[in-house]
Design a protein around this ligand. Structure first.
Ligand code: MRU
Length: 336
């Protein structure tokens, strides 16, 4: 079934006076929506990964503010709580800035409509990203992706998975290699689930198999999302992405980042300035209540890494593909 305007799953559902968020921690075993009626709750939901993925986090934050506007409470605590929820995905701060500008120009009564507009625009943006990216996908491509940059990570359609969906919709027979994405398993739990639902052929691998498959000539194309792209094109995405980009260079495999303009942070000159979230040790020492590492071990958990722009074949945006992104080309994206 074509998904262009009807994503199989909705990460967020606005119900007029409350927000329902699909609990992505429970996927794929359970499909459960959690109700939120204030910004503080939404901030907790973002921090706890009920909702995740850069554009979806931005949309959720906008709805969080809308909820507090409806409650008629002061909005500064909401801005503060939401801004403190997760540090790396710049879409969160982009959405908060946009809501703040709307509040200043049109008052709190305008915030529900603005949140809905942010959500709807994100779907349209992802569809454009999908179409531009699909043009780069060779017929029959075996496409590797990392983490989940799908409908679940956005308002719908997805960025990296949007490219794959659009390639399929354009009649290309694509297959997908989904990296499981340790430690939080977004690839195994979320990407594999989205693709299985839509009958797009997908093979799940653990992250350490990626190099072997590339060396054997079994990967034609790589596309991933991003959480923050610096002004020069360096791109932060889920931990493990940088490794893939280095491998892709070695094996001459096209490596694309698919991301909306709202993911580009022109205030940061390069990727070394992108804040990298450090998440809890529990997500590394075990999963789902099962612990496999010994008590007392030290743990590092950087949740994102930065891929330098010179390893990126192209940045796929809603305004087209920026080949070999650099500061000047990215500035031009914003000029028109
Ligand atoms: O920690 P997560 O699951 O929020 O990380 C998500 C990613 O790294 C995605 O690739 C990125 O946000 C792009 S989503 C379209």
């Amino acid at each position: 079934m074509s998904s262009e305007n009807s994503p199989q799953v909705s990460s967020l559902r606005w119900r007029g006076d409350r927000l329902e968020m699909l609990d992505q921690r429970k996927l794929p075993s359970e499909i459960v929506y959690v109700d939120y009626s204030d910004a503080a709750g939404v901030a907790d939901g973002i921090r706890d990964m009920v909702v995740r993925g850069a554009p979806a986090i931005g949309c959720a934050a906008a709805f969080g503010l809308a909820l507090d506007a409806l409650r008629g409470v002061p909005l500064e605590p909401a801005f503060k709580a939401l801004a403190a929820s997760r540090p790396t995905a710049v879409n969160l701060f982009w959405a908060l800035d946009r809501m703040r500008a709307k509040l200043a120009s049109s008052g709190p009564q305008s915030l529900v409509a603005e949140a809905i507009a942010i959500f709807e625009e994100d779907i349209a943006t992802c569809i454009l990203i999908g179409r531009f990216g699909a043009e780069r996908v060779p017929e029959g491509a075996r496409i590797m992706t990392h983490c989940n940059a799908g409908a679940l990570a956005t308002a719908g359609h997805g960025t990296a998975l949007g490219v794959i969906r659009s390639a399929r919709d354009a009649g290309k027979r694509v297959t997908v290699i989904a990296n499981e994405t340790r430690p939080y398993l977004q690839g195994a739990r979320l990407t594999a689930w989205e693709l299985v639902q839509e009958a797009i052929p997908v093979t799940l691998i653990s992250d350490n198999m990626a190099g072997h498959l590339m060396q054997r000539g079994q990967v034609d194309f790589i596309v991933v999302g991003a959480d923050r792209v610096a002004a020069n094109g360096d791109a932060a995405n889920k931990i493990g992405t940088y490794t893939l980009a280095v491998l892709a260079e070695r094996h001459r495999i096209p490596f694309y980042i698919a991301a909306p303009l709202s993911t580009i942070d022109r205030g940061l000159a390069d990727g070394s300035l992108i804040p990298i979230e450090e998440r809890s040790a529990d997500e590394v020492t075990g999963f789902g209540g099962v612990r496999w590492a010994p008590q007392g071990v030290r743990v590092a958990h950087p949740a994102f890494d930065v891929t330098p722009a010179d390893l990126i074949t192209g940045l796929i945006t809603e305004k087209g593909v920026v080949d070999r992104p650099d500061t000047a080309k990215i500035a031009r994206l914003f000029a028109t």
